[in-house]
Ligand binder design. Structure first.
Ligand code: UFG
Length: 344
């Protein structure tokens, strides 16, 4: 029997990486994680092991460090790489652009260089719907023009997509999938892994869970005068386990592709407003989320959701979980973390 294929997850202890590790292992892959712990906890590797029965091998290293990556490739037979390692806070990227360009581009270049040295040619990149910039042409399709990003974080995603297109065009042994995520939320159904932002959350769902927990007094709803059904911003929230399965489908698609670089939207194709999410969260979890209307946040779009047909047609993937699952699983994770940290 053929041995299991091993996937390297760069930045694999983070929110999306950790859930993808679980999905890959459930699909029969082995996983190896390289992560510098800059925005993650080492205990996540154990928790992945708790869910799957096997703790992934962890290399604590900077993914931009080629010598450290060479060690990983020497010690493991890597079938493909999924690149999650990157800074991702929009506001921070405006304040620290050089750090964002340096880190996000360097990790990508180092991975590609070391993969070429070791003859590994399957690469999946964590991109974002942010590459569509300020387009109002919703739903977004993959053919739509990219660019016009509103912050350095978004530009790093845009630039890395270009680097990957150029690299795949020059090297027939390299095949790339760009996964453009919409708004990942929720947590693994077990509540063992989930989203753990450090400091004040930038994103809506972790802010809601912290208000529900009483860590923060009130949610600020950024604007209620957008041209949407209730005036608040509309987004395509996608359950992180659906998103994780999208990476498995992408890796399977790459098994056989050569010299290609293709983009896929990973979203549900449905839009929900800020208040839709708040009200659903309150209803399914039976908790209060006090909120008040605040000014619009600079750079926010009124409406952003995916046309997700290409992923369904070509990858055979579609999102299956709904907004209630997302709210329930996010809250279960938050409560389990709170009780395990108070008992430890
Ligand atoms: N929002 C609030 N209050 C908050 C936080 C967010 O009202 O405290 C609103 C925003 O205005 C927006 C919606 O909730 O209407 C979602 O905001 P998020 O910050 O959760 O997500 P964004 O859509 O702004 O950003 C996400 C990813 C980025 C990515 C972007 C575009 O977090 O990485 O989508 O794809 F760049």
């Amino acid at each position: 029997m053929e041995g299991k294929k091993t996937i390297l997850l760069a930045g694999g202890l983070g929110f999306i990486g950790s859930h993808t590790a679980v999905a890959l292992m459930e699909a029969g892959y082995e996983t190896v994680i390289a992560d510098d712990l800059s925005n993650s906890e080492e205990s996540v590797a154990e928790r992945i092991g708790q869910i799957t029965g096997t703790k992934p091998k962890l290399y604590v290293c900077d993914v931009a460090d080629r010598e450290a990556l060479r060690r990983v490739f020497r010690e493991q037979e890597i079938f493909g790489v999924i690149h999650f390692a990157g800074c991702k806070a929009v506001g921070e990227s405006v304040a620290q652009p050089l750090r964002y360009y340096r880190n996000n581009l360097d990790t990508t270049l180092s991975l590609l260089e070391v993969m070429a040295e070791f003859g590994c040619g399957r690469f999946v990149f964590s991109s974002s719907a942010t590459v569509y910039g300020v387009s109002e042409d919703v739903p977004f399709t993959e053919e739509q023009a990219t660019g016009g990003c509103t912050n350095p974080y978004g530009w790093t995603k845009y630039m890395i997509e270009q680097i990957l297109r150029d690299a795949a065009a020059a090297d027939p042994k390299l095949s790339v999938v760009l996964l453009r995520y919409f708004n990942p939320v929720g947590a693994h159904e077990s509540g063992i892994i989930g989203e753990q932002p450090s400091g004040v959350p930038n994103n809506l769902m972790p802010y809601i869970t912290q208000v529900a927990q009483g860590i923060r007094p009130v949610l600020h709803v950024f604007g209620d005068d957008y041209p949407t059904h209730d005036g608040t911003g509309v987004r395509d929230y996608i359950h992180v386990m659906d998103l994780a399965r999208g990476h498995v489908a992408a890796m399977e698609h790459l098994n056989g592709a050569s010299g290609s670089c293709e983009a896929f939207n990973l979203g549900t194709g449905k839009g929900y407003s800020v208040l839709d999410l708040v009200h659903t969260f309150q209803r399914v979890n039976g908790v209060e989320v006090p909120y008040e209307i605040a000014e619009r946040r600079p750079g926010d779009l009124a409406v952003c959701y995916a046309n997700a047909e290409k992923a369904q047609e070509i990858l055979g993937w579609k999102a299956e979980k709904d907004i209630e699952d997302m709210c329930r699983d996010a809250w279960q994770f938050t409560q389990l973390r709170a009780s395990s940290s108070s008992s430890s």
